[in-house]
Design a protein around this ligand. Structure first.
Ligand code: ARG
Length: 462
């Protein structure tokens, strides 16, 4: 065998690869991130081979020791990765051979890189599901703290970004807690579904060696082995599920980020973001910009891009493994990094931000936000059909708008001019505090509801 030939399959090849072939083929530039998973998988495999009498105990011991050395070299940054060795699997195995010699060649018995990479990648994505849940729950806790503090702070609720009805700050915070709670559920579901072990599916058809797939699955923390070897090496739906959950989560973060950008503007002044999560301008000394929020708003592009890319890679691939599937990793790594960073940045911003209660409340009172309360009063107290009450209220809004004032600024006489039955008591429902207190239906914005929901979430989040 000449030096230019591949150590793994040189037997069949007369020539080594072209440099361009090597460049397009290699994945070591990114799949080195699977090193710890790869070594963990190999250790489980070697132990099982020995337990089944397929390799000797002394070979297994040499392999185990050697793999630990390789891992420590990688962790210490002294490992020399080689592009010629294509990927993490062959880099590790080649180094193992340097270290322990002949027994290294027995590690790949009853295994293929196809089940190996599927196993490594599942282990990696599984960890990311756990990390996402952790990041999400930390953010939820920060939001619940905000919600408890501001359970009765009144702010405008919007539809169409137009003032709609008064709501409470706590209610708005808890809306995101609900969304993020569903994200937690999606990552947990994806994790449970992906927790089957491909190892032992070998290249695609299983193996003639008397392996114990249950043992390797258990050693790696999987619930069970994958039941079909073709499926085990050829599907990447677990990665697609992770990316789908990540994309939905990133959409939630992006929406909240947009609100923070709007709220922190000089026009709204609803929140003050901390210096720690803002930046200045190189030319305008007065500026404090919500860059973290803007970046979180934008990062969905990368996450969704990764999802679209992998869907596109997988679409139309025949069973089982095709090299196309090597393209599953790089963008998922980036999407996962992006998501974790976004979650951490959002948590930091939420912990630090302070709401401007006066600005929230005065904005809540503007824009005729209690018009619905007025219409409801006309129904309740005067027995008007809702449609008529809507019409009367509309006329009162038009009257106030013409005068350049808000609804509570109209006099009783002016109101009676529109509907003679209106009484002094109407003014009680025109105040924003009474308005939110009255919306005590389950899931409504009343402070008592908000406190109950915040308490429930505190239980859930522990
Ligand atoms: N680097 C490859 C990947 O990421 C490992 C599997 C290679 N298998 C093969 N039959 N060429 O998919």
């Amino acid at each position: 065998m000449t030096n230019s030939q591949n150590a793994m399959w040189g037997g069949r090849f007369a020539e080594g690869p072209d440099a361009i072939m090597e460049a397009i083929n290699a994945s070591i530039g990114f799949d080195r991130r699977l090193a710890a998973q790869d070594i963990r998988g190999s250790r489980a495999h070697a132990a099982m081979l020995a337990a089944q009498g397929i390799i000797t105990d002394s070979d297994a011991a040499a392999i185990r020791e050697g793999l630990l050395t390789v891992l420590s070299e990688i962790e210490a940054g002294t490992f020399r990765f080689s592009t010629a060795l294509e990927d993490i699997h062959m880099n590790v195995e080649a180094r193992l051979k340097d270290l322990i010699g002949e027994p290294a060649g027995r590690l790949h018995t009853a295994r293929s890189r196809n089940d190996q990479v599927a196993t490594d990648f599942r282990l990696w994505v599984r960890d990311q599901c756990d990390a996402a849940v952790e990041g999400l729950q930390a953010l939820q806790r920060a939001l619940v703290t905000q919600a408890e503090a501001g359970a009765d702070w009144v702010m405008p609720g919007f539809t169409h970004l137009q003032t709609a009805q008064p709501v409470t700050w706590g209610h708005h915070m808890l809306a995101y807690v609900e969304m993020l709670g569903r994200d937690v559920g999606r990552f947990a579901d994806a994790r449970a579904r992906m927790n089957e072990c491909p190892l032992g599916a070998a290249a695609l058809a299983g193996t003639s060696f008397p392996i114990d797939r249950g043992a390797t699955a258990a050693a790696l923390g999987f619930d069970r082995p994958c039941a079909n070897s073709l499926d085990a090496v050829s599907d990447r739906d677990f990665a697609l599920e992770f990316l789908s959950a990540a994309s939905i989560c990133a959409v939630h973060l992006s929406r909240f980020a947009e609100e923070l950008v709007i709220w922190s503007s000089a026009q709204f002044r609803f929140v003050v973001l901390s210096d720690r999560f803002s930046t200045g301008s190189s030319i305008m000394p007065q500026k404090k910009n919500p860059d973290a929020a803007e970046l979180i708003r934008a990062k969905i592009g990368r996450v969704l891009g990764a999802q679209v890319a992998l869907f596109t890679v997988m679409k139309g691939l025949p069973l089982t493994y095709s090299k196309d599937m090597q393209e599953d990793k790089e963008q998922l790594f980036d999407a996962a990094d992006t998501l974790m960073l976004s979650l951490a940045a959002m948590e930091g911003m939420v912990c630090d931000m302070s709401a401007n209660r006066e600005a929230l409340e005065s904005a809540a009172a503007s824009g005729f936000s209690t018009a619905t309360d007025l219409a409801d009063w006309l129904v309740r107290e005067l027995g008007l059909p809702f449609r008529e009450a809507h019409h009367v209220t509309g006329s009162l809004v038009a009257l106030a708008e013409g005068k350049g004032c808000d609804l509570p600024d109209l006099t009783l006489d002016e109101m009676r001019g529109v509907h003679a039955g209106i009484r002094e008591a109407v003014f009680e429902v025109l105040g924003v505090r009474n308005s939110v207190a009255s919306r005590a239906s389950y899931g409504g914005t009343a402070p008592e509801q908000v406190r109950a929901q915040a308490a429930r979430w505190k239980e859930v989040l522990g």
